[in-house]
Design a protein around this ligand. Structure first.
Ligand code: NAP
Length: 221
């Protein structure tokens, strides 16, 4: 069984995910309503985080054992190429109780060693790139995950939407236009021309402070 996958993203009116001021307080207060057990965060979202994030000290080994009654979600990051070297930093953040790296059969062996040494759990799904269908099954089987909230840029959103794995789409639309030929839209598709429409069913809308509108849809499967 697969967990329910909720894709929630902040956009400008023209669908950009960057280049405007996101109301982070509102974004994360609304995010709590889905009660996710896992936050699926794109590797590039963490790599491009605005703060100056230190890489782990090779000599520092981190072991955290979350208590059984800890209700916080787990942080799940697809990282087939072993690019994320700041797991200590992310694991110490108060939002998540634990972390999982999604790897593939081709993830560099030395990176898998580093994850093991630091007790970062891994799920291996796919050969070159992460197979999210397998990864979601494994999250349910191994961690009991029932709801995943995707917090990523348009690349991971695009792969998940095109794979038919997203159940609901929630857009927090800010009253601004960004423009430009940026590719930073909330649904990036590697296929050009696009391979077909993704029909949606309107679930509802809410107007929040500063005329920010939450638009909610179910993906028609
Ligand atoms: N407005 C918002 O709500 C919001 C939310 C989050 C982030 N963001 C913005 O989004 C930006 C980053 O977005 P992004 O689109 O560049 O990256 P991203 O979606 O954060 O990360 C790309 C992820 O997709 C995976 N991936 C790429 N191609 C794949 C494929 N073919 N099959 C399977 N997995 C694949 C990558 O895994 P591998 O490393 O394994 O390839 C990586 O984990 C950030 O700078 C941030 O500002 C905005």
């Amino acid at each position: 069984m697969k967990p329910k996958v909720i894709l929630y993203t902040a956009t400008s009116l023209d669908g950009r995910t960057q280049g405007f001021s996101i109301d982070m307080g509102l974004f994360y207060s609304l995010a709590q309503r889905w009660g996710e057990n896992a936050s699926l965060v794109g590797c590039d979202t963490l790599l491009n985080a605005p703060d100056d994030i230190p890489e782990d000290e090779p000599s520092e080994v981190l072991t955290i054992t979350p208590s059984a009654d800890d209700s916080r979600p787990i942080l799940v990051v697809p990282d087939s190429r072993g690019r994320l070297k700041s797991w200590h930093y992310w694991r110490k953040q108060p939002y998540w109780k634990d972390c999982i790296a999604l790897c593939t059969k081709n993830t560099p062996a030395e990176h898998i060693e580093y994850l093991k040494r630091n007790s970062i759990k891994t799920i291996t799904a796919g050969i070159e790139t992460v197979d999210y269908s397998q990864a979601l099954d494994a999250l349910h089987e191994q961690m009991g995950t029932t709801t995943v909230r995707v917090d990523s840029g348009g690349t991971l959103n695009g792969v998940l939407i095109r794979s038919g794995l997203v159940d609901e789409l929630h857009l927090l639309v800010h009253p601004t236009l960004v423009g430009a030929s940026t590719q930073a839209t909330f649904f990036r598709d590697a296929n050009s021309p696009p391979t077909g429409e993704i029909p949606l069913k309107f679930l509802g809308s809410e107007v929040h402070s500063e005329q920010i509108i939450l638009l909610s849809y179910a993906v028609v499967k």
